[in-house]
Write a protein that binds this ligand. Structure first.
Ligand code: NAD
Ligand code: UDP
Length: 336
């Protein structure tokens, strides 16, 4: 079985490539390296002792995508490629719509031309907006508050319409909660360009001494300690969720939707404390006002994925912090 992984050089993509190779899939990566480095794929090969094919190509070029399909007999696509920074999406929405929506439309059109109709799409818990209750189930109402989230919701809708038009498609929409952590070898991990927007990469840059202090966005939420609560999920658990989704996809399920989360929420302060313990470093922080658009709490009901895919997250908060720290210590400048 040959799997095309778009965005495979990125954070979640590279971890998924490792698990695909470990599970004996053949892997072709399509990535334009706009937010990643080919070095991640060299390390994927080192970790697994297996090879994969890399095609430097852009989803904005149908011609480049078609060339990949002409040269490879693809059985299914895992579609990670996209821009993902919420704040940036507010400043440059057209770039986000162009890259994420047009890129996906091009990919789906080429897949249709080559009669490859199995796809797993990286959606996000952001499509639930501010949930009315917790934990979040897949049938909760959907709403979004920023252009990044809107691209995820629009792509979900596009894929639903596509499935309704042609029942030969098999589509899995995977809604990720908060991916963190790194491979246990410390060879691959999250390598944000510039100052990180997300909590855990920010904390680890403070711990390693690259940034002086963390800003905690709000301590007046209706949560046990007043700071935001999220469902942090280890990236390797998340990658394994994709591996469990593939056999489901090949069983012709039509369009399916799963939450990939742990079902537990931890607060910003709990995350800082755990990171301090595993790194044995102090994380200086200061409380600031709430970040616009943030919800107080968000965690998944992952029981549908457990029942239908036989998947559940296994790794603990300590694993997440320890593996992030291991990656950060070994690679203070990321893949540079
Ligand atoms: P990432 O930026 O590390 O990886 C995305 C990859 O896509 C990068 O390697 C980038 O170079 C590539 N890419 C972007 N546009 C492209 C294009 N037009 N053509 C070819 N390649 C292109 O991000 P990630 O954290 O690994 O996220 C992967 C997917 O999961 C994204 O779609 C993201 O929106 C989604 N997601 C991420 C999170 C998260 O917190 N990391 C949460 C929910 C959903
Ligand atoms: N957060 C914070 N400081 C930061 C980054 C994030 O206090 O520098 C908080 C944020 O307000 C939220 C939580 O950490 O409550 C998770 O934020 P992140 O950006 O990692 O993920 P999100 O759930 O917003 O996608």
């Amino acid at each position: 079985m040959k799997i095309l992984v778009t965005g495979g050089a990125g954070y979640i993509g590279s971890h998924t490539c490792v698990e695909l190779l470990n599970d004996n899939y053949d892997v072709v990566v399509l990535d334009n390296l706009s937010n990643s480095s080919e070095e991640s794929l060299v390390r994927v090969k080192n970790i697994t002792g297996k090879s994969l094919e890399f095609c430097k190509a852009d989803l904005l070029s149908k011609k480049q995508i078609a060339a990949v399909f002409s040269e490879n007999k693809i059985d299914a696509v895992i579609h990670f490629a996209g821009l993902k920074a919420v704040g940036e999406s507010v400043s440059i929405p057209l770039r986000y719509f162009q890259n994420n929506i047009t890129g996906t439309l091009n990919l789906l059109a080429v897949m249709n031309d080559f009669n490859v109709k199995n796809i797993v799409f990286s959606s996000s818990a952001t499509v639930y907006g501010d949930p009315a209750s917790l934990p979040i189930k897949e049938d909760f109402p959907l709403s979004v508050t920023n252009p990044y989230g809107r691209t995820k919701l629009m792509i979900e809708e596009i894929m639903k319409d596509l499935y309704h038009s042609d029942k030969n498609w098999n589509i899995a929409l995977l809604r990720y909660f908060n991916p963190v952590g790194a491979h246990k070898t410390g060879e691959i991990g999250e390598d944000p360009s510039g100052i990180p927007n997300n909590l855990v990469p920010y904390i680890s840059k403070v711990a390693v001494g690259c940034l002086p202090r963390l800003s905690v966005f709000g301590n007046d939420y209706d949560t046990p300690d007043g700071t935001g609560v999220r469902d942090f999920i280890h990236v390797v658990d998340l990658a394994l969720g994709h591996i469990k989704t593939l056999p489901k996809l090949f069983s012709n399920p039509g369009l399916v939707i799963y939450n990939l989360g742990t079902g537990f929420g931890y607060s910003v302060l709990e995350m800082i404390k755990e990171f301090e313990e595993v790194s044995r470093r102090k994380i200086p922080y200061k409380i600031f006002g709430r970040r616009p658009g943030d919800v107080a709490s968000c965690w998944a009901d992952p029981s549908k994925a457990k029942k239908e895919l036989g998947w559940e997250a296994k790794k603990t908060l300590t694993d997440m912090c320890r593996d992030t720290w291991n990656w950060q210590k070994k690679n203070p400048d990321g893949y540079q």
